[in-house]
Each structure stands twice: as structure tokens, then as C-alpha cells.
Design a protein around this ligand. Structure first.
Ligand SMILES: C[S@@+](CC[C@H](N)C(=O)[O-])C[C@H]1O[C@@H](n2cnc3c(N)ncnc32)[C@H](O)[C@@H]1O
Length: 227
């Protein structure tokens, strides 16, 4: 069973988020394990300090290397993949999400805070990972994004496996538009084709919509697919 270990100074923030909805159900049905670990438990001083002033001066505080390495050494099993959430890492993609699911039994996610983490932690991890070109206050939200994206690909976690295949980005394109009841809302109609009952025509329409949307909004995806 895949397990996530999240190393954070705010374990409650992570735990509260995974105790809800799809992730909670995945854990209850033993498809996944998620543990939030308090980084302060791996400190050795009486103040349980996880941060200190930056060498060379400058704004903010830096997370200390010792508690993180100590935690990694205590938590990592033989097949652990150790990941630091960082805006400096390569961007998380659906391809990377699939790779994480395929290769790993244990994924340890290290969440930074403040100005970031002492650089000397890097030799003790496998990679850095960013969830986007913007700066969050902490890695916890990024860790939850990684967990959510990977968890929903675990067989049985999402009820209807077909919905995963058609998802945006899974086929290198954005997904087609969806509609549900009512048929008309404030003058806005459901496209007639979806009410026709002709499954071949519906499939063709959806493919066309999907390609059109991708061309308009994310032409970069089409270029990537052609490589
Ligand atoms: C305020 S940020 C530090 C940013 C750092 N000073 C920099 O400029 O690269 C604090 C922590 O939030 C997390 N974080 C912020 N933005 C992120 C992103 N886009 N992806 C992943 N983690 C992020 C990282 O764990 C980071 O150590």
C-alpha cells in the first residue's frame, strides 16, 4: 500500500485536510496511508527550534537542517522517495503524478516554511518539486496537492475508473464541457447533441470540443504531444 509521510511544523493542518472526503475514504479502505509528522519532535534543544537566522544576513528565518535529516532517517523505509516541496523544483505534471504512483511505496514530503530550508538538506532527499510558479507560505498546501493528485489514480479510490481516462491532461488535451440537469437554465441550453442518444456522435462532438478548447487555451499541450 502506498504511504505518504508529511514532515511539517503544522501536522494538524495536514491531518485535518486528509480527514475529509476522498482522501479520508481512501485511508479508511486501506488503499492509502497518510501520516503527518511534527518536525519539532525531531529537534534536540529544549525550545524545539526548527528555524534560525540566515548566515550572511537578510530577511526571515531558515529551517534548520538537523531536525529534517533526523526525521528523514527515522521515517524512511527501504523504498522511500524523499521530496522537498519547493518553488525551485521542477513543476508537478500529470505525468509526474503517474510516475510517483508507479514507482513508490513510500513518499516522504518535506514542507518548508519561512524563507525556505537550509541548502544542506538537499543531499538527503531525492528531489525538489514545485506545484506552480507562485509562492505559498508553506509546503503543506503543496504536499496536499501532490497527495490528492496521486491518491485519485490509485485503483478503486475514484468510483468510476473511466472518469480518470477522460480527464483533462490525461490524453494530452483538456477535457470537453460537461452539463447536467436542468436542460435549460436562465436561457442557457444544453447542446442538442448530448440529448440525441447517439453515442458515436456524442463521442465525436466531445473529441472536437476537447481539441478546440486545447487549441484555444493550451496550444502548448498540442505541441508537446507532437514531439
Ligand atoms: C515562503 S516559501 C519560501 C520561498 C523561498 N524563499 C524562495 O523564494 O524560493 C516557504 C515554503 O513554502 C513552500 N512552497 C512555496 N511555494 C511553493 C511552490 N510553488 N511549490 C511547492 N512548495 C512551495 C516550500 O516548502 C517553501 O520552503
Amino acid at each position: 500500500m502506498l504511504s505518504f509521510d508529511v514532515l511539517t511544523i503544522f501536522p494538524k493542518l495536514v491531518q485535518d485536510a486528509v480527514d475529509v472526503g476522498l482522501l479520508a475514504k481512501a485511508c479508511q479502505t486501506k488503499k492509502l496511508q497518510i501520516h503527518a509528522h511534527d518536525m519539532r519532535a525531531y529537534t534536540e534543544d529544549k525550545h524545539r527550534r526548527v528555524d534560525d537566522e540566515p548566515y550572511g544576513g537578510g530577511a526571515g528565518m531558515v529551517m534548520k537542517v538537523e531536525p529534517i535529516v533526523k526525521a528523514l532517517e527515522a521515517l524512511a523505509g527501504p523504498k522511500a522517495r524523499r521530496i522537498i516541496l519547493s518553488p525551485r523544483g521542477p513543476l508537478l505534471t500529470q505525468e509526474k503524478v503517474r510516475a510517483l504512483l508507479a514507482h513508490d511505496e513510500q513518499i516522504i514530503l518535506v514542507c518548508g516554511r519561512y524563507e525556505g530550508i537550509d541548502e544542506r538538506v538537499l543531499p538527503f532527499v531525492d528531489e525538489e518539486l514545485s506545484i506552480g510558479d507562485y509562492i505559498l507560505a508553506g509546503g503543506e498546501y503543496a504536499a496536499l496537492v501532490v497527495i490528492d493528485a496521486v491518491a485519485r489514480l490509485i485503483p478503486g479510490v475514484v468510483g468510476d475508473a473511466d472518469s480518470l481516462v477522460e480527464e483533462s491532461l490525461e490524453q494530452g488535451v483538456l477535457e470537453y464541457p460537461h452539463y447536467t440537469r436542468p436542460r435549460e437554465y436562465r436561457g442557457l441550453q444544453v447542446p442538442d447533441i448530448l440529448l440525441s442518444g447517439d453515442h458515436q456522435k456524442i463521442a465525436a462532438w466531445r473529441k472536437e470540443q476537447s481539441e478546440e478548447l486545447t487549441r484555444k487555451r493550451r496550444p502548448d499541450l498540442l505541441k508537446k504531444g507532437k514531439k
